[in-house]
Design a protein around this ligand. Sequence first.
Ligand code: GLC
Length: 449
Amino acid sequence: MTHDSSRADAATARQQEVSPAHDPRSAWFTEARFGLYIHWGLYALGARHEWMRSREFMSNEAYERYFRHFDPDLYDPAKWAKLAGAAGMKYMVVTTKHHEGFCLWDSKLTEYKATNAPCGKDLLRPMLEAFRAEGIRTGLYYSLLDWHHPDYTVDVKHPLRYDEAFVARDALRKWQNYVDYIHGQTRELLTEYGDIDVLFLDFSIPGEEGFPGKGKDEWQSERFVDMVRTLQPNTLINDRLGVPGDITTPEQYQPREWIKIDGKPVLWEACHTFSGSWGYHRDEESWKSTEQILRMLIDTVSKGGNFLLNVGPNARGELDERAVERLEEIGVWMRKHQRAIHGCTASPAHLPACPEDCRFTYNPKTNRLYVHLFAWPFKQLHLANFSGRVEYAQLLDDASEIRMVEGEKKLTIEAGAFDEGRPANMLTLQLPVKKPKAAIPVIELFLKS
Ligand code: GLC
């Protein structure tokens, strides 16, 4: 065996230890780790949450004013794509249609679309082109709910669920027409817009308050998935269709550990907002800080997941300034630390546990372990049971060496006369007193193979 092939074998073995049922279709996805979610539709005009129509029980007529005024004159998707690329995002997922029913693309199956609004153009196509030009993969979100379609029946989320006359007309609604519509629109999206890397279908509704639910039987999900697999076998599908998909998608929630289904770790992606709303929300003030977002990204990767971070562009077609500022700051950190994110995953089970206030991410190809320090300690970071495992350590910020001591420290007069009691298997990293400038400092450990 040549040296090179044994090195490749070792890398494969490490890969297998850290990734669940390795599927070549999802290799790009786990490599990417970080994506941009985009929620954009008529609700950007209302600027008070993408669910405003349901929350305010608005009729089609009342909501129509947003359609009549949707004219994003400053829309320049190349700017969005550049910002995402600089922030280290490797894929995007955009709402082609949200629950309101409005379509960003020129669908032949409806008149309720961007080409018929004052902006008068397909907004999806230039967006996908702009992101692809930045080397960013493209995914589509498509809402299974539709509060505008005449054959969509009432459920517990419907804006007109308490309008008796509207509910009474449910008996006249032709559900199969609606199913044909969602399957047909998805077919359009998967045939006319190039390679679609992710399809995010949203969502199945449990029956509640006397309203019937909608799930796999209503969406005819098995047939739906078959169609997607036939049209684009490599598209990764999420898990909200009521049948198993490729990606498990916790929303605004950080799992405690690698997500498991039936005891087996799965491919997963956490999606998060900067504030509480997905669509543009002018007055919301609960924005997370850049550092908090970075900690969430790192925490996700340390548990083997992907992080999909949302922006809600406004109705001029621009990203919220608060998002731009944070994405730029994320980019500052990612420029130096992306190799602790891209291609990384959870630390392998055979390695000892992570110290307090830190997260480990691990690259199985390079066999490097990254220690992300959420809190900067005083001078020493102790890694229990790590003696003999690390060949070299450096601060990722500037590639400055981090010196290491194995086992017990010899007592000195200055240290005081007490037994520090560091066991021989404890590896201690000698840190500078002053925290480096990076929002979250990272130490890169080159493990012995
Ligand atoms: C949801 C919400 C929503 C948002 C989404 C994000 O289920 O209905 O408004 O688009 O999930 O994944």
